[in-house]
Design a protein around this ligand. Structure first.
Ligand code: NAP
Length: 245
């Protein structure tokens, strides 16, 4: 489905970003895997190869303009184009509002929101010339419904949804679609470490009665990257088991 397409995925070395990279590779896309360190990248590239595709790893910080330009340059150098950008890199620095430090606010807004802006700006220069692109931003259910103790994170993800809509309007005439995926509670290192009772209480809030998996998110990203979603832009696809609708 994505043969000859080139995808840049940020925060690709582990977690949801890794699953997205592998799911895109499974559909034939060539992967430019970006992360702040190259830890885990050899394994990812080997898995991409085993799926019959190709990839390159790029060390880059999404908050540094020069790095975002470098990752796009590397993609063009390696594979000649950039069709898909997945803005997945994200961090949390949780804390109650009255105790939240300025630096925790700034760090989360800078990685989750400014990082997506910088990567999109760099990629859209190439996509505009190609007259084709698929940009997919990984938001969060808490950007839609809020969450105590996550003012910075919720604001960053709500901002990312606004950025999605603005960029969708601006880039549509160049045949570039921009959408977001908003995951709910996803099985991850963080949720695996919670006590069983807490996990059960969290799952009880979800109509489908289970946490999501990284593959649930990756499948939604694949859909938004393929021609099947060519008439969809500026949307937020909720992948949350029904916990927010
Ligand atoms: P994760 O396991 O922490 O992976 C995030 C990756 O991004 C890490 O490899 C991290 O590198 C990298 N990264 C962090 N800052 C970066 C930067 N400035 N530049 C480049 N790479 C950077 O996170 P995840 O759970 O897979 O989440 C992926 C995305 O889904 C995030 O945007 C998150 O907000 C969103 N999300 C997750 C959940 C969930 O339940 N897990 C739910 C809703 C939304 P280091 O580890 O080396 O710092």
């Amino acid at each position: 489905m994505l043969k000859d397409k080139v995808a840049v995925v940020t925060g690709a070395s582990r977690g949801i970003g890794k699953s997205i990279s592998l799911a895109l590779a499974r559909q034939g896309a060539k992967i430019v895997a970006v992360d702040i360190t190259l830890k885990g990248m050899d394994e990812l590239l080997a898995e991409i190869k085993a799926l019959g595709s190709e990839g390159v790893a790029v060390e880059g910080n999404v908050t540094v303009t020069a790095d975002t330009e470098k990752m796009i340059d590397e993609a063009v150098r390696a594979f000649g184009r950039v069709d898909i950008l997945v803005n997945n890199a994200g961090i949390t620095r949780d804390g109650l509002l009255i105790r939240m430090k300025d630096e925790d606010w700034d760090a989360v807004l800078t990685v989750n929101l400014k990082g997506a802006f910088l990567c999109t700006r760099a990629a859209s220069k190439v996509m505009t010339k190609q007259r084709f692109g698929r940009i997919i931003n990984i938001a969060s259910v808490v950007g839609q419904m809020g969450n105590a103790g996550q003012a910075n994170y919720c604001a960053s993800k709500a901002g990312l949804m606004g950025l999605t809509r603005s960029n969708a309007r601006e880039l549509a005439k160049r045949n570039i679609t921009v959408n977001a995926v908003a995951p709910g509670f996803i099985i991850s290192d963080m949720t695996e470490a919670l006590p069983e009772k807490v996990r059960q209480d969290m799952a009880a809030q979800i109509p489908l009665e289970r946490f999501g998996t990284a593959d649930d998110i990756a499948n939604a990203v694949v859909f938004l990257a393929t021609d099947a979603s060519g008439y969809i832009t500026g949307q937020v696809l909720a992948v949350n088991g029904g916990m927010y609708m």
